[in-house]
Write a protein that binds this ligand. Structure first.
Ligand code: ATP
Ligand SMILES: O=C(O)[C@@H](O)C(=O)CO
Length: 425
């Protein structure tokens, strides 16, 4: 296999968002969970997205795992590696975007790295280095209340500057609109002034095309699916990948029972859960009891067992920002998050044991815990349910043929769960 593009994603839903974007842009893509074992049979592809669960772990571990993934991708021919981060730049001052970027760029010998979480299609834009979520700056968006990494600063030059050893510059929109050569000149200028990375503005979809063409000239870039789209377009335009418009998804229905698990506390997910109440039984878990011990998850399995034979069910730990803060005050942010993720993984395991083969999971960390527990090594990318959320068909899973949808917290319309079930047959 000679890869045209290697990608390392810092969470699993972000990885499937990127795999979906690359597939739509014409690259044959698979998503792997972690660095693939040598015996995992992968089809011939243009791009591999290695999914890590490294967004919220200790920075040195995130660096070690990302470097291992980078070595695997480059050994398979990838000359360019994209480090896929969240389009809302989810991170803390301790990392992990800066430390991983520093390590990958250092290994590749890149003097300067392009960085942008912009993805105009999902209303993430960057102007003068400031990230906007829809019409508001990042720090005024719901991300200010994120359970693990509340975002309080929209200026990404500053945010990345607090995480990286490199000096962070800016390539502004006025440069981007003049195309890849202008971006290249600006990067050279910045590198000459000892800048080692630059946030690059992008407001319109066409900006991504210029950014992708400029980024492809170096070995490493950092960003969300928007820059991935730009890189895919550049590869297709250069004839290095042929626009297939194909997915590897085999269409044979999987059947089996269907269930949904929600651990995301984003406003979008809370709204989607409220809508789901009109079409399926929904169990709202008692998060405090979930953290306290196994009884609450066992109660949920009994509840699901009584209903799942009649149709899909949804089990949610999701809560409002006030409820999340209260629980965190009692148990600590990480301990509460981890305990709930593990309880959701227990539930996923239980649901698969009783015959669920179509599983929808809301929340990146939650999806990571679930997919790890189910020991699924990789996915083929199927039809798109909502922007950034494809149907995934498991490859090499112990439980056999299985469809999953891993939804980033903020993604999908109000009817997301119904939309997903409609496409997962
Ligand atoms: N009721 C709750 N109280 C406190 N924490 C919770 C509660 N329910 C879920 N959590 C935790 O909140 C975190 C939610 O993160 P997750 O990544 O799953 O969703 P998200 O951040 O909305 O999604 P994404 O990362 O895709 O944007 C998890 O660690 C989860 O365990
Ligand atoms: O980029 C995004 O917003 C998503 O793919 C994601 O990473 C959310 O966890």
């Amino acid at each position: 296999m000679s890869l045209k593009l290697g990608c390392i994603a810092d969470d699993y839903t972000g990885a499937s968002d990127l795999a979906n974007t690359l597939t739509r842009a014409g690259l044959r893509t698979v998503q792997t969970i972690g660095v693939p074992a040598s015996d995992l049979a992968l089809p011939e592809v243009d791009a591999v997205v290695v999914s890590l669960k490294s967004r919220s772990i200790e920075a040195s571990q995130a660096v070690a795992r990302s470097r291992e993934a980078d070595r695997w991708l480059r050994a398979r021919g990838a000359e360019h590696v994209l480090f896929k981060i969240c389009s809302t730049f989810d991170s803390t001052d301790a990392g992990n975007i800066g430390p991983v970027m520093d390590a990958l760029a250092g290994d590749a010998g890149d003097p300067i790295v392009l960085v942008t979480p912009a993805f105009p299609e999902t209303k993430r834009t960057v102007y003068q280095g400031n990230l906007f979520v829809g019409a508001v700056p990042l720090n005024e968006s719901p991300l200010k209340d994120h359970p693990l990494n509340p975002m309080h600063d929209a200026n990404l030059v500053r945010v990345l500057g607090r995480q990286s050893r490199r000096r962070i510059g800016l390539v502004d929109l006025a440069t981007v609109v003049h195309g890849p050569e202008a971006i290249g000149h600006r990067l050279q200028e910045l590198a000459g002034q000892d800048f080692g990375a630059a946030i690059i503005d992008a407001v319109f979809d066409a900006d991504l095309t210029a950014i992708g063409a400029a980024a492809l000239k170096s070995k490493v870039s950092v960003g969300a699916s928007g820059i991935g789209l730009g890189l895919a377009r550049a590869l297709v335009a250069a004839g290095q990948a042929h626009s297939h418009g194909l997915t590897h998804h085999e269409d044979a229905p999987v059947g089996g029972m269907a269930a949904c698990l929600a651990g995301s506390c984003s406003q979008a997910t809370l709204q989607q859960i409220a809508q789901a109440e009109t079409i399926m039984p929904v169990l709202h878990l008692d998060a405090a009891a979930l953290v306290a011990g196994p009884d609450e998850a066992q109660r949920a399995m009994v509840w699901a067992g009584e209903r799942i034979g009649r149709g899909p069910v949804l089990i949610a730990s999701s809560a409002t920002p006030d409820q999340v803060s209260a629980l965190q005050a009692r148990h600590g942010r990480e301990a509460a998050g981890h305990a709930i993720e593990q309880a959701m993984a227990d539930l996923a395991e239980g649901l698969i044991e009783v015959g669920v083969r179509r599983l929808i999971v809301a929340g990146g960390e939650t999806s990571g815990a679930v997919v790890d527990r189910l020991r699924i090594p990789g996915f083929l990318v199927g039809p798109e349910i909502a922007a950034g959320v494809p149907v995934l068909r498991a490859i090499g899973a112990e439980a056999g043929d299985m469809l999953l949808a891993l939804k980033s917290g903020n993604f999908g319309g109000p009817q997301f769960f119904a939309d997903a079930l409609g496409l997962m047959r």
